[in-house]
Design a protein around this ligand. Structure first.
Ligand code: ADP
Ligand code: NI
Length: 248
């Protein structure tokens, strides 16, 4: 076994029990996507692979806020497998700079390798795999709290604060609302050109799914809500891009 295979085995051992869309299958898909992006962008494959393998093993939802901030599992696994100190620091910096809730706080990856792993992680929350993971998460919540998968009377809250977003049992949280609260915003948060291209495909697939879901049930107010949301998100992203150009 190579060192990378040993690290993968250690991560797998940590993540096999998860049923909320955070299992090792997610890590494997993120690794593959990140390696593809690294080839296109000519980034360091070792750093990208390591960060992709280790990016969720200290997630706050799995280990709590304190252990997440310390990145205990990532440090332990890298040290146990002889990863050079400099590379360890690079990987820890990447992990500390990615994730949607950190992005809500304005924390974004700085290095090319970090941008690639963040993009791969976000891409796996989108498209067909993203829909399945979101449903897995919602069903897990349903088992724990009896929360519904969809409630036509409960509108999403796309502008909520990061503190609200991180509450484990928010009142309007459900499978469908999560698209408006996170998944439909991700395509504007991708940082590398190849990921943006793939992200647009995955975004369109999620939009088609939601249009079908609402149309089949003749939920005209939800159809209108979706179209309005998409228009506003695009206008907001165009505004942000223009602001970026002005301040550059
Ligand atoms: P990632 O590992 O991609 O950074 P998260 O850690 O935020 O994503 O969540 C893991 C998976 O569960 C993702 O696919 C995400 O969209 C989904 N998820 C997170 N929060 C919710 C929620 N409140 N309702 C439904 N799905 C969710
Ligand atoms: Ni992830």
């Amino acid at each position: 076994m190579t060192d990378m295979q040993k690290i993968a085995a250690d991560v797998r051992a940590l993540m096999t029990t998860d049923k909320s869309g955070h299992g090792f299958d997610h890590v494997e898909r993120v690794c593959r996507l990140a390696q593809k992006l690294a080839m296109v962008e000519k980034a360091d494959e070792q750093t990208v692979t390591l960060a992709a393998l280790l990016h969720d093993c200290d997630d706050y939802k799995l280990v709590g806020e304190e252990a997440a901030a310390k990145m205990t599992n990532a440090r332990r696994i890298m040290a146990a497998n002889g990863v050079a100190e400099e590379r360890q620091q690079e990987v820890l910096e990447i992990i500390a700079s990615m994730g949607y809730s950190k992005c809500m706080r304005g924390i974004r990856p700085r290095t090319l390798a970090g941008k690639i792993v963040s993009d791969a992680d976000m891409l796996d929350a989108m498209g067909a795999c993203g829909i399945v993971r979101c449903l897995q998460f919602a069903l897990d919540r349903c088992n724990k709290f009896g929360a519904p998968v969809f409630d036509a009377a409960t509108l999403p809250d796309p502008d909520m604060s990061v503190e609200e977003y991180k509450k484990p049992n928010r009142k309007n949280d459900n499978f469908i609302n999560h698209f408006f609260e996170k998944l439909l915003k991700l395509h504007h948060l991708l940082l590398t050109p190849a990921a943006r291209e793939e992200g647009e495909k995955r975004h369109r697939l999620m939009v088609a799914f939601l249009r079908g879901f609402f149309a089949e049930q003749e939920l005209d107010d939800w159809l209108a809500y979706l179209e309005n949301f998409l228009r506003e998100e695009d206008a907001r992203a165009a505004g942000n891009a223009a602001d970026g150009r002005q301040s550059a």
